[in-house]
Design a protein around this ligand. Sequence first.
Ligand code: ADP
Length: 362
Amino acid sequence: MVISKDEINQVVKKYDKNKITICTIGSHSALHVFRGAYDEGFRRCAICAKGREVPYQRYKSAEEFIMVDKFSDVNDEKIQQQLRDMNAVIVPHGSFVAYVGLDRIENDFLVPMIGNRNILRWEAERDRVTKLFEAANIRKPMKINGPDKIDRACMVKFPGARGGRGYFVTDSPAGFDEKMKLMINKGWLTEEDRAKAHIEEYVAGDIYCMHYFYSPLTKTVELLGMDRRHEANIDGLVRIPAKDQIEAGLQPTYVVTGNFPIVARESLLDQAFGMGDRLAEVAEKMVPPGLLGAFCIQTMCTDNLEFVAFEISARQDGGTNTFMNGSPYSYLLYGDGMSMGRRYSREVKNALAADRLEDILT
Ligand code: ADP
């Protein structure tokens, strides 16, 4: 049974509002969530998997540590109770979603989280992301309906969190077959993957990942930062001269290994705000209560100076790690030191002051 808003409200009602604890699992973008909670004066609890606690201990991330054998153990009733007893507000991030699992977040994990637990599934399913982009009038890569329809440079993707392994670029049906065979021989794809291939136009451009925060309290979308990602091995491959690339016969992969901050041309900001505003607006109607808290639109900017969006994160994205102490954009709104993690804690503080904590939690 899906956890209802009413059930969460019942939990929140029993909370001691003077003793809220900001909590997440120790992975992904937890460091600035905890630092931000500290800066805003909250208690902090880190849930750490044994063997992965070092950064959170060394950076003194939390007063309280819950150690688990594996992250999915946070679903154990005992741990859930422990979290509710400390008046925990969970900040969900990419690893939280991946390790705890969508089904469990939707059905079993009865601890209030800041954000919309029901929209997390939407970012994971390409058809649903497409629906959101279409409703929000956000340009996305054109979909090609099958390998035999390939008539231009295409990016071929496969479902599941593979970090881009097995993705390839081709420009013809014969090229598709050839690369498919190559990937199968490498053991990166199987024959069954052929039917699951998602083929879209290759967008020649430059990556911009836009990090927004939507506050239901002010009904405003804030653009707090932007990043690009470092991807192995594509970012290393392009340092080899073309001739050597051909000789080496290496296949590109798109596994994110890190991020770096970026600012866009100022004249592009109108577009960035438009995309964020429209996505938040349609999400509120399509998946109520919408995109509460952090979300990210991952785009390519073309030489026509147009953003083409290829993915979203419906929660805090890892690229927010590029502004643990603020970005040029968060500086414009908040002055020094506003990370995405801190913005979450600021939202909790504002909601407490307005006696509206229920409005930001699901
Ligand atoms: P994953 O979900 O596995 O991370 P993405 O959809 O984010 O995969 O794509 C991985 C990378 O591939 C992107 O960061 C970008 O570099 C590149 N990419 C994705 N879609 C396109 C596209 N349509 N055209 C050009 N490059 C793309």
